[in-house]
Design a protein. Structure first.
Length: 319
């Protein structure tokens, strides 16, 4: 079943003014239920505008937006659609406003007109899922939490509505490496336990390569690449044309290729790189000491051969 479908979606800011700018241009996209989609693109490529269409934050100007069979332009189902799509914005902790964590997390469920028992059940579950035990954090002020805890509390407020689709805009922005790993682990957990369909916007190519099943790349409001991480990052030329960088593992593959070590260009994660290097080493064992001595003997006897070898090594270093 299709969770999201966009047909000919076009959006322009500041229409009929000197500042008119087309943010999306005839975007067609279908996301199946259960997919984890990474949305990438340079600043100004249209990523944020696209995801804001998914729960009606931005009104459709031209084209169609369908979410779980609901038309985003239909006012009758707009409220239900917004509960279906959970939006976690960049720096979501800035949205905290209640005097206790539990009240903040309960804000969404209460707006769904759920009974008191169901609201409490959802608040408890959401807080447990994000790693904020209810008994310990429920009555604490969200403004007294650490940066990472604030972000978890904000995410809990979104997943307490139990959205079928979770949209995250730069979920690890501003976090240190430890905080990034914790939030990414949480996102993976949410994908498995709460929201079967996830769309994540990120500038961190390593995170996208690790997390996403599918990557959609935007450039100037148009989709320029759509496929698996190996397919999208494997097309180096198209990625460079879109103004995007490679994951670290892919950059290392290219660096090794320049030194004569050929590894598959489809490698995009650290684990894939480690496995490929282990396989390469097994297929190209180092010569033993006797072989090294035999190989070095002619060079010691011939100054000319030694000079040529040094020149070759220098050329390799230059490359």
């Amino acid at each position: 079943m299709r969770a999201v479908e966009l047909k000919g979606l076009t959006y322009t800011y500041s229409v009929k003014t000197p500042f008119e700018k087309r943010a999306l241009d005839n975007v067609c996209l279908a996301v199946e239920e259960g997919e984890f989609v990474g949305l990438i693109g340079a600043t100004g490529s249209g990523k944020s505008t696209l995801i804001q269409h998914l729960n009606g934050l931005v009104k459709v100007q031209q084209g169609e937006v369908s979410v779980e069979g609901m038309n985003a332009s239909d006012k009758k189902t707009l409220k239900k659609l917004r509960f279906t799509v959970g939006m976690v914005f960049q720096y979501p902790e800035y949205q905290l406003f209640e005097d206790t964590v539990a009240k903040d997390v309960a804000f969404g469920p209460k707006n769904m007109k759920l009974d008191k028992e169901e609201v409490e059940r959802r608040v408890r579950r959401a807080m447990e899922v994000v790693g904020l035990p209810y008994e310990e954090f429920a009555e604490r002020s969200p403004f007294e939490l650490s940066g990472g805890e604030k972000r978890r509390a904000a995410i809990a407020g979104v997943i307490a509505m139990e959205p079928k689709i979770l949209v995250l805009d730069e979920p690890v922005a501003g976090l240190d490496p430890v905080g990034r790993r914790e939030i990414l682990a949480l996102v993976r957990k949410l994908h498995e336990e709460v929201s079967p369909t996830v769309i994540m916007v990120s500038h961190y190519m390593d995170d996208i390569a690790e997390m996403a099943d599918r990557i959609v790349a935007l450039k100037e409001g148009r989709i320029v690449a759509d496929g698996s991480p190996a397919e999208v990052f494997g097309d180096r030329e198209k990625l460079a044309a879109a103004g995007l960088s490679l994951p670290t593992a892919a950059r290392i593959v290219d660096s090794l290729a320049a030194r004569g070590i050929a590894l598959p260009r489809t490698i995009v994660t650290a684990r894939e790189l480690a496995d490929a290097l282990a396989a390469y080493r097994a297929a190209h064992p180092k010569p033993d000491a006797a072989e090294n001595a035999a190989a070095e003997a002619p060079a010691e006897e011939s100054g000319e051969e030694l000079s040529k070898e040094s020149e070759r090594e220098g050329e390799e270093r230059d490359v």
